[in-house]
Design a protein around this ligand. Structure first.
Ligand SMILES: Nc1ncnc2c1ncn2[C@@H]1O[C@H](COP(=O)(O)OP(=O)(O)OP(=O)(O)O)[C@@H](O)[C@H]1O
Ligand SMILES: [Mg+2]
Length: 253
């Protein structure tokens, strides 16, 4: 099912954090949402997932109006997400973390579903390892696995690759491309421009709460407004590294 966000505005007190934002993400594609720190990306995710009610605007998934729907109903419609900060249960093993996520699906399918996502993300070696002993990058793969429990039709990923090493990012991007090929709708927030440019079909750019550009990776890379928004921040050039702060944020000890 396609996701369509129309005219979403969010104000906190006198502060307008999102201003009439409209964007879409289609089934069978990877859509990325990029923008400098504080642009409003996580806030928009919170609107789409139902954590935050927008001041105005509409969120549709297929023909379903999700704007005022409680989170659990969105999940039932097929919403899955990861969080910008790793939110695994540190004292539980990888498999136990996935079992917690599986408690939302019918009992008889839980065990096979957990095994399915463990294989999909190639986590067999760490399935019995406590989550608080994982590297940040492996934790990110577990987070993605957890979001995939129950086979969502819409997947929202908030900086899922931060802290990953190259081989983890490779597994990660192969899995995303495969999921999109099989019809999932994927909306990705990510600062790793190599990854974004390599796997996105379409990119939307937010800056200070406004959508300033939408287009293919090539169009976005050559867009002067986008380049201006990123001046003094990370580069849009392929080959640019991740933000330094990504390495140290988010992980449980
Ligand atoms: N609950 C809140 N109350 C007030 N202001 C908020 C709240 N949540 C976010 N903001 C503000 O909204 C703006 C957008 O924040 P948001 O976290 O959505 O940005 P972002 O694009 O995800 O940034 P980053 O790339 O650093 O994750 C920021 O100025 C932030 O301070
Ligand atoms: Mg954010």
């Amino acid at each position: 099912m396609d996701l369509e966000v129309t005219d979403v505005t969010v104000r906190f007190g006198g502060n307008t954090v999102l201003s009439d934002v409209g964007l879409d993400a289609v089934s069978g594609g990877i859509t990325s949402l990029i923008g400098p720190n504080g642009a409003g990306k996580t806030t928009l995710f919170n609107v789409i997932t139902g954590v935050l009610k927008p001041t105005s605007g509409r969120v549709m998934l297929g023909t379903n109006d999700m704007t005022s729907m409680p989170v659990h109903k969105r999940v039932r419609l097929g919403l899955g997400r990861t969080f910008q900060r790793l939110e695994l249960f540190g004292t539980l093993t990888v498999e136990e973390n996935l079992r917690v996520a599986a408690s939302a699906i019918p009992r008889e399918r839980r065990t096979s579903e957990v095994q399915r996502v463990i294989q999909q993300l190639r986590l067999q070696q760490v399935s019995d390892v406590r989550a608080d002993t994982l590297s940040t990058g492996t934790g990110r793969l577990v987070e993605l696995a957890r979001a995939l429990v129950g086979e969502p039709s819409l997947l929202l990923l908030d900086e899922p690759a931060s802290g990953q090493n190259d081989s983890e990012t490779r597994v990660f991007s192969e899995v995303l491309v495969d999921l999109a090929d099989r019809g999932m709708t994927i909306l990705l927030v990510e600062h790793d421009m190599n990854l974004v440019m390599a796997i996105s079909h379409r990119i939307h750019v937010l800056d200070f709460g406004q959508l300033i550009a939408s287009g293919s990776p090539a169009e976005i890379r050559s867009d002067v407004r986008v380049q201006a928004a990123y001046l003094g921040q990370e580069s849009l050039e392929v080959g640019s590294g991740r933000r330094r702060s990504d390495v140290s944020t988010g992980a449980h000890p």
